[in-house]
Design a protein around this ligand. Sequence first.
Ligand SMILES: Cc1cc2nc3c(=O)[nH]c(=O)nc-3n(C[C@H](O)[C@H](O)[C@H](O)COP(=O)(O)OP(=O)(O)OC[C@H]3O[C@@H](n4cnc5c(N)ncnc54)[C@H](O)[C@@H]3O)c2cc1C
Length: 318
Amino acid sequence: MRELDRKHREWISARFGRGVRFGAPLSRYTTLGIGGPAAALVHPLGTEDLAALVIFARDNALPLLVLGKGSNLLVRDSGFPGIVVSLARGFSQCAVLGEQNGRILVEAGAGVSLMRLCRLAAKEGLGGLAFAAGIPGSAGGALMMNAGALGGSMSDVVESMALLGPDGRKEEIPASEARWSYRRMETPARFAGSEGRYTVILSARFSLTPGNAGEIARETERLLALRRLRQPRGGKSAGCFFKNLPDGTSAGALIDKAGFRGRRLGGAMVSQKHANFLVNAGGATARDVLALAEEIRAAVRGRFGVELEAEVKTVGAP
Ligand SMILES: Cc1cc2nc3c(=O)[nH]c(=O)nc-3n(C[C@H](O)[C@H](O)[C@H](O)COP(=O)(O)OP(=O)(O)OC[C@H]3O[C@@H](n4cnc5c(N)ncnc54)[C@H](O)[C@@H]3O)c2cc1C
């Protein structure tokens, strides 16, 4: 891990006090349980502090990583050589706002877990989010990834997002201004470019359909049960490692046909239950996971002539 300069550490300590840890092991903050230390892990409690941190990181050319629940991240063994910012503490408000054109708006901070959002929707009798039940991410991470399952995705329900730009300014944008595709969201060009990595989702509004609370709760449970049937339970993973192909072909099916189900490399293993889940079977390093992923990619390329693209984001210095 590259340590931060003393002047950088001093500024961060002075501003965030107990809300910062230097050298925090990121393995504790990712569902794979893998990852070296963060040069600094910061928990801002509000937008003003977060904006100051983003401007500081940008002005000092320090890499910035926004951490949600860490459920789609593979952090390299060398750790993250910059500032990791967690929105888990200060950005976890969640509330029903009211009716708009026959639909109900719900607002959630970026740090709210999808499960909490789904439970709130079910309790209030609001439909549209059941697909997300069981996806172990935060609202911010799920929007960034356009997470989805069982026919639904975040782009179906998001109405608007509050973004913090690299200049530290907050702006509310309609969801239609972002570009949404399979497991990907791109913010409008004014947020992107070389500084895109300094853009943070602060919160979002979701447009949900009023319905019957009992029925919505049952539908949520049904989809959760379906998920349990198809995906490995417990264990450490980041969900599907590769994206399905643009024509819809399942990456898991290709990996399975290539003979990788149950294949182990060091502590990394292809799940027996779902061949697109690469799991930490015990003591896996990022190097193990990446080497196994590379073997899979080469085998699938050789056998089927297609290139698998990672869905999981790998971060940190190689
Ligand atoms: C068991 C399991 C099952 C899963 N099933 C599914 C599934 O069915 N469908 C699916 O789509 N995914 C699934 N996933 C993957 C993962 O849960 C989703 O991609 C989730 O939305 C990621 O959210 P997160 O908060 O964990 O994001 P993280 O993993 O913390 O971050 C993901 C990316 O988003 C960025 N990010 C996070 N928050 C913000 C923010 N506020 N502002 C800007 N950028 C941000 C991060 O920098 C990173 O690039 C699964 C994962 C696991 C472990």
